[in-house]
Design a protein around this ligand. Structure first.
Ligand code: FAD
Length: 390
């Protein structure tokens, strides 16, 4: 496996780094403090082509490879995980699903506006009673003359208050279990569709998170993405890309922790010397460097496999598990290096910790990633022990 970057990939990385330092980093603290979903910043990110980077150019994307997409997401994650969440949801979960499963008409209708940032999309899988066990979702879609009527609730949906289109996963026939799930492209101005902002998050305060209610929302037949019964597959395919994106963003958090900690440790003096001179401080920095590099290599491996079109679900889970846990560990260590200063938002490290924390939860918790990895290693599915044993 060739882990080297091409000249073009290096240029993409450098351009993203400069963009993030210029546009994302300077706004991150104020947006976090104000819990502001920064639409102007979303517009600038879209203007750079970062909202649909791997989408084909004919649909408004940049036709970039997955390694390049990961490099962009890593930089945005270094700057602000709230902004990174917009990129991950819009690109991996929404655009990626429409490009892969959509009809030509659906692609033409939605992708150019989503890729440019003119419109936002959201991914409605989680419900109040179903998170990890997504196949048990309760939102119902019932046939009508020429379409579908959808009723149910969705929970913790990123971008849900600002999206123009929601990918809504719904059960068409409960007796079919996961084979009855379908995915619909639901315009959020449809009658019966409402969203409500979720307040009080530990981190990702500048990210929009919503609960959605669908009360008899009527959509035509051509709102169906893929076919009836393919919904679960669509969700899992989307998460293969979404997890990669989250993992890449976490490499950015680790990198931000290293950068901030090295700078602080060389500047801050105690006992007459910079604290970087103390072996115990260097130990913390070394630990962060090792975790960052290991996370980066695992993400790179997953990206290369995606670009090769090779199976990568397990490698993506490994990258997601490692990089998200590494980001939490690095942010915690970075606060320690900063001492009391790390506990206030004059430095980015306390935000890194609050923002990193959700990454071990969403797009499949760390436990779910371990079950995917363990299933591959042992051949035994421990995800549903009761069902498997019954
Ligand atoms: C800020 C934020 C943004 C989000 N954005 C989106 C979004 O855009 N779209 C969307 O659809 N969802 C979104 N989510 C939801 C997220 O994906 C879920 O929270 C996540 O999948 C976990 O589901 P849950 O919260 O219901 O936890 P649960 O599934 O109830 O899990 C609770 C605990 O039980 C453990 N557990 C569950 N099952 C097993 C098992 N089989 N074996 C071992 N342990 C298990 C879990 O690992 C966890 O520790 C978001 C969540 C947050 C917080």
């Amino acid at each position: 496996m060739d882990l080297d970057l091409s000249d073009e990939q290096r240029l993409i990385q450098e351009t993203a780094r400069e963009f993030v330092d210029r546009e994302v980093v300077p706004r991150a603290r104020d947006n976090d403090r104000a819990a502001r979903f920064d639409l102007e910043l979303v517009g600038r990110i879209g203007g750079m082509g970062y909202l649909g980077a791997p989408v084909a150019e004919e649909y408004g994307g940049r036709s970039l490879d997955y390694v390049s997409y990961g490099l962009i997401v890593e930089q945005i994650g270094r700057g602000d995980s709230s902004a990174r969440t917009v990129v991950s949801v819009q690109t991996s979960l929404v655009c990626g699903s429409i490009e892969r499963w959509g009809s030509e008409e659906q692609k033409q209708r939605w992708l150019p506006r989503l890729c440019s940032g003119d419109a936002l999309g959201c991914f409605g899988l989680t419900e109040p009673d179903t998170g990890s066990d997504a196949a048990a979702l309760r939102t119902r879609a019932e046939r009508t003359d020429g379409g579908w009527r959808i009723s149910g609730q969705k929970m913790f949906i990123s971008l849900g208050n600002h999206a123009e289109v929601a990918l809504v996963f719904a059960q068409t026939d409960p007796s079919e279990k996961h084979r009855g799930i379908a995915c619909f492209l639901v315009p959020t101005d449809s009658a019966g569709f409402t969203s409500q902002e979720i307040h009080g998050k530990l981190g990702l305060r500048a990210s929009d998170t919503a609960s959605l209610a669908l009360d008899g929302v009527e959509v035509p037949d051509d709102a169906l993405l893929g076919s009836v019964g393919e919904g679960f597959k669509i969700a899992m395919t989307a998460l293969d890309s979404g997890r990669y994106s989250v993992a890449a963003g976490c490499v950015g958090i680790c990198d931000g922790c290293v950068e901030a900690s090295v700078a602080y440790a060389k500047d801050r003096r105690q006992f007459g010397v910079p604290i970087a001179s103390f072996q115990l401080v260097q130990e913390m920095i070394a630990e962060m460097v090792v975790k960052r590099d290991a996370a980066r290599l695992l993400v790179r491996r997953a990206g290369i496999l995606k670009d090769q079109g090779a199976p990568n679900t397990v490698e993506t889970s490994i990258a997601k598990l490692y990089a998200t846990e590494a980001a939490v560990d690095c942010a915690n260590l970075a606060i320690q290096v900063h001492g009391g200063s790390g506990y206030v938002d004059d430095y980015p490290v306390e935000r890194y910790l609050r923002d990193a924390r959700v990454t071990t939860l969403y797009e499949g918790t760390s436990q779910i990633q371990k079950l995917i990895i363990g299933r591959e290693a042992t051949g035994i599915d421990a995800m549903t022990p009761l069902r498997a044993g019954s």
